[in-house]
Design a protein around this ligand. Structure first.
Ligand SMILES: NC(=O)c1ccc[n+]([C@@H]2O[C@H](COP(=O)([O-])OP(=O)(O)OC[C@H]3O[C@@H](n4cnc5c(N)ncnc54)[C@H](O)[C@@H]3O)[C@@H](O)[C@H]2O)c1
Length: 354
């Protein structure tokens, strides 16, 4: 099958990871890059633009990766959809639900494929959890927990003017660092009925947004969940998602060790690992999987590898006329989750998701 003519919008930190994948994947012919900074766009060695509509009109791109700050995603995604160009949007899909709905409507009207990045879904330990749950090995998933104890310092927030402010980032740890695990939690636990939450800024006086949030979830299945997510532990401890089943068995992943990586500033230093597995008869697999996962980690560049896999899935979805691994509807659920926590904190009540 012939490669898809691809482009990149937003050539900053995570944009570099997308560019590397678009340049090397057999499904991609990387032809254009767009950034407000012409120099950044030009540095990628393809046709360079500073204006998204012009790139869509003139470059002949058929699919784009969208790597601008999230409050700006909707404008470029809608322009791409209206030009008939498929779009893979970096997480979070947007900073609010109105933007998600406008993007989904534009994609539906033009029939393009819209996907959202959530590359940690492709971590082998997460795929093992998904397979075990789908196979019914924990009965029904009835309790899900996500805990992120991470760290960001003042230099991180100073690195780009849009970080740490409600108007230009749309939120803090919930919006920027947590979408990966919020997505894994909803992917493994199923549809959410309602969320109660609260947030605070515990030790980052130089930012407006929250560095910490907690929440409880009631799932439509009757299952329960909890979220503790924070950037206030120096130097960062771990991030985990654990799922407990109706038959008493549990599966879990430590997605990140220490602080979560910062694209363009740091890389993934330790492999993601299953840290909990009590399915009867399978307990011994933990040690075997750890050895396998550590061996794989030595062979791949994990900071690039899982992005590359998801971008490849997206391009193959276009070629095969199927839905991508993470759809726009699922990207919207994550935005619903953090929006509900903000609303619940403001109104001191549980928020129903619909
Ligand atoms: N999946 C991941 O692991 C991951 C990691 C890092 C960032 N991200 C997400 O990627 C997005 C970008 O983050 P980043 O850290 O790369 O930010 P960044 O500030 O380093 O890069 C953003 C780039 O977009 C450009 N830009 C802004 N508005 C534009 C416009 N209208 N047209 C063209 N270019 C424009 C900026 O000039 C900049 O180069 C965010 O939504 C973030 O949450 C995801």
């Amino acid at each position: 099958m012939r490669p898809i003519r691809t482009g990149l919008i937003g050539c900053g930190k995570v944009g570099q990871i997308h560019a590397a994948a678009l340049r090397s994947l057999p499904e991609s012919e990387f032809v254009a890059a767009c950034d407000r900074s012409l120099e950044r766009a030009q540095s990628l060695g393809v046709a360079a633009y500073t204006d998204v509509p012009q790139m869509l009109r003139e470059s002949g791109v058929e699919a784009v990766c969208l790597c601008t700050p999230h409050p700006l995603h909707a404008e470029s995604a809608i322009a791409a959809a209206q030009a008939g160009v498929h779009v893979l949007i970096e997480k979070p899909m947007a900073a609010n639900l109105a933007d998600c709905d406008a993007m989904l409507a534009a994609a539906k009207a033009s029939g393009i494929t819209l996907g959202v990045v959530s590359q940690r879904r492709l971590f082998e330990p997460v795929l093992r959890m998904k397979a075990a749950i789908d196979a019914g090995k924990i009965g029904r998933p009835v309790l899900g927990t996500m805990i992120m104890l991470s760290w960001r310092d003042e230099a991180y927030y100073a690195s780009d003017p849009w970080r740490g402010k409600w108007s230009t980032e749309g939120g803090g740890v919930l919006v920027n660092q947590s979408p990966h695990q919020l997505d894994i939690l909803q992917w493994l636990m199923g549809p959410i009925e309602e969320i109660s939450g609260a947030w605070g800024n515990l030790n980052h006086p130089y930012i407006d947004v929250e560095d910490t949030a907690v929440a409880t979830i009631r799932f439509q299945s009757g299952g329960l969940g909890s979220i503790v997510t924070s950037l206030s532990q120096r130097p960062g401890i771990y991030t985990k998602v654990h799922i407990h089943g109706s038959n008493g068995a549990s599966v879990g992943v430590q997605t990140d060790t220490g602080a979560t990586f910062v694209a363009g500033m740091s890389g993934i230093a330790e492999p993601p690992l299953n840290d909990l597995w009590t399915i009867p008869g399978e307990e011994h697999l933990l040690t075997q999987w750890e050895a396998e996962d550590r061996a794989r980690f030595r062979e791949i560049d994990a900071t690039h590898h899982y992005h590359r896999l998801q971008i490849q899935d997206f391009l193959q979805a276009i070629q095969q006329g199927r839905t991508p691994l993470v759809t726009g509807a699922e990207g919207r659920i994550v935005v619903q989750m953090f929006s509900a926590i903000y609303e619940s904190s403001r109104e001191h009540r549980a928020i129903r998701l619909h």
